[in-house]
Design a binder for this molecule. Structure first.
Ligand code: AN7
Length: 354
């Protein structure tokens, strides 16, 4: 049977009616890949799986929430949606709005979103409003303007976003035939960690699993309000997707931490880039910098002894590496060999590098 997206697949667990017109691009159903090479490098006998959310239609997990948020906005008669974004939400909103035949207005921080994301928002025909400020400024403005203009907010403060995103937890439990011991995610607004927790709890209540994982949220060191225990006004990190100082799901995420027995922590930009490179070069999996904060977190916590031997760990890789080619290429400078177009020079390049 043709796969038609996560709303159809998990219809009975989502707030849609038989007559609801579904706006879908075939999102969900992403691979859960075991990383045996990295597990071997880390040592310690842990099982590491990555949920490769970069393989959603617009290249990030946002599509899981956006399919439902846009479906419900259209059902309610909205002709336009709006969001503030560090990039991925804007790309997803733009695509689903195009699919639905409605307008998307996106507020992005000028000069601070990755090139692939900007290309997507432009191509899908979103109205792009660049602000001389950061994501948090954009979010504040979106909330204000939605009270004065006929637009539906599709940021994760829209509860349909979290309902759609909870389906990632369903897929993980089904594929592992039970919940993992730990689930690591990169944290920005903390919507995704909250959505996963809804999903894990739902499957536990329905006896589709016997337990829930400890939920662990990793932030970039220069942008870590959950670690600081307070909002931050000038967040900075190379992982622009999670350059967020005033997380919208502050209370929800603290509940997740307490209920699941998990924790929040941070890693440096260098650790993030190193985990991103490790995934690419030793597993063949290319994620964007922010996504690699999850694996960087696992590596730090294994090293410090927080993770027991034999643990089963899932890391969410939230976005595709192609979203941010600039950061990838600048990390690998000097990695190319330049030659004249003659066989001997190609041969030498091979022999010298075997
Ligand atoms: C790749 O696009 O907030 O903790 O505006 O793009 O649920 O916010 C992106 C967030 C992690 C953090 N990884 O998720 C936006 C935006 C990637 C992301 C996050 C984002 P949340």
């Amino acid at each position: 049977m043709r796969y038609t997206g996560l709303i159809e697949r998990f219809r009975s667990r989502l707030p849609v009616a038989a007559e609801t017109k579904i706006i879908s691009l075939g999102e969900g159903g992403t691979p859960l890949i075991e990383c045996q090479n990295i597990a071997k490098i880390i040592g310690h006998n842990v099982e590491i799986y990555v949920k490769y959310e970069g393989l959603n239609p617009t290249g990030s997990f946002k599509d899981r929430g956006m399919t439902l948020a846009v479906t419900k906005a259209v059902e309610a008669g909205s002709k336009a949606i709006i969001c503030a974004s560090t990039g991925n939400t804007s790309a997803s909103a733009a695509a689903y709005a195009a699919r639905a035949g409605i307008k998307a207005f996106v507020l992005i921080p000028q000069g601070k979103i990755a090139m692939g994301k900007l290309a997507q928002a432009l191509m899908h025909g979103a109205i792009i409003i660049q602000i001389k400020g950061n994501f948090d400024d954009g979010m504040r403005l979106v909330k204000e303007v939605a009270e004065h203009a006929p637009v539906a907010i599709v940021n994760s403060i829209n509860p349909y976003r979290l309902q759609g995103q909870k389906t990632a937890a369903f897929e993980i439990v089904e594929e592992l035939e039970g919940a993992p011991d730990y689930h690591y995610l990169p944290i920005g607004n903390a919507g995704n960690i909250s959505a996963h927790w809804i999903g894990y709890k739902e499957y536990l209540a329905d006896k589709k699993s016997q337990k829930t994982p400890k939920m662990v949220g990793y932030q970039a060191a220069g942008s870590a309000p959950f670690v600081a225990g307070k909002m931050i006004d000038n967040p900075e990190t190379i992982a622009t997707a999670i350059r967020i100082g005033h997380p919208q799901s502050w209370d929800l995420a603290h509940k997740v931490e307490a209920e699941s027995g998990g924790w929040f922590a941070s890693c440096t930009d260098a650790e993030i880039l190193s985990a991103q490179k490790l995934l690419s070069s030793s597993e063949g999996i290319f994620c964007e910098p922010a996504s690699a904060a999850s694996l960087a977190g696992v590596m730090a916590d294994v090293k410090s002894g927080k993770i027991p031997k034999g643990a089963k760990i899932v890391c969410t890789l939230t976005g595709h590496g192609l979203k941010d080619p600039d950061t990838a290429i600048s990390q690998c400078s000097g990695a190319m060999i330049n030659i004249n177009p003659v066989m001997d020079e190609v041969k030498n390049a091979i022999i010298n590098n075997m």
